[in-house]
Design a protein around this ligand. Sequence first.
Ligand SMILES: NC(=O)c1ccc[n+]([C@@H]2O[C@H](COP(=O)([O-])OP(=O)(O)OC[C@H]3O[C@@H](n4cnc5c(N)ncnc54)[C@H](OP(=O)(O)O)[C@@H]3O)[C@@H](O)[C@H]2O)c1
Length: 286
Amino acid sequence: MTILAVTGWGGMLGQAMTREIPPAQLRLLDWRLLEGGGAAACEAFAVLQPDWVIHCAAHTDVEQAERDPDTDYRANVALPARLAELCAQAGAGLVHVSSTGCYGAWKDTPYVETDRGQPTTVHHRHKLAGEQAVRQSGCRHIIVRTGWLFGGDAAGPKNFVWKRIIEARQTAQMASDTSQRGVPTNCTDLARQIVHLIEAGGQGLYNATAGGSASRYDYVAEIVRLAQIECRVVPGPAFPRLAPVSPNETAINQRLDDEGMNLMRDWRDGLADYVADLLEAERCNG
Ligand SMILES: NC(=O)c1ccc[n+]([C@@H]2O[C@H](COP(=O)([O-])OP(=O)(O)OC[C@H]3O[C@@H](n4cnc5c(N)ncnc54)[C@H](OP(=O)(O)O)[C@@H]3O)[C@@H](O)[C@H]2O)c1
């Protein structure tokens, strides 16, 4: 039986990973133990004996990373570097979750894995450096670049989908940015894809986003439509951001396609299931 240890299990993707992995195979690895390195981290590995670690823990606040790069560096470069060394020593494989933001802003069309990384923000420079540290460690690894994740409980602090539903219920018209494009990706789909990659013997770098692409405007309009709310969504300007995020975070899962491993659905299908789940949970909770 393959033992899969998950870091960051309280986060959006981490939660989905813990639901996807059968309980007998699942172990939880606390990223705080790894931060200090040393004996505690080695002991955690000795106890858990993972075949693979699925590293979902990260500092994910792109805006905050511009103000406090050190915290972001510790989480997104130093931590995966330490984890990768431990995996190399223990003979475990590492799935490192990264971002399509690593490609940067030099193309108008979706990025593929052979495109160079030229990130435009502190956070994405760190995510790219974290990938490089994983490669340099010599551990067996799969690096998954994803983006625009949604999932988890309605109450989650980063729940973009639920926040738009609440907002749309309170107003007749909402404006949303047409200039930024990405691929809204269901965390449950990504969790399934990651387990499949491990089982199917994937190695190296893979894009793993949903199929298709959307502007923020398309995304918000689809959320409102699926939730059947009488609110008009109109094209609007980009909201001001500290982080110079690329206007194009779209990607194609070229390697997953080439290797016959692509399980990712179109973004609209993943979103439809998720909105239905949120509304069903609301009905059940009264
Ligand atoms: N969300 C997106 O749209 C998106 C886009 C591209 C890539 N990704 C990548 O996908 C992965 C999962 O993202 P997510 O959206 O699920 O993240 P998330 O919901 O923000 O959860 C991240 C988890 O990381 C842990 N964490 C918080 N601060 C940390 C720190 N300073 N150092 C280390 N770990 C810390 C937390 O664990 P505890 O709960 O134990 O405190 C948290 O549960 C990350 O690698 C992220 O970079 C996400």
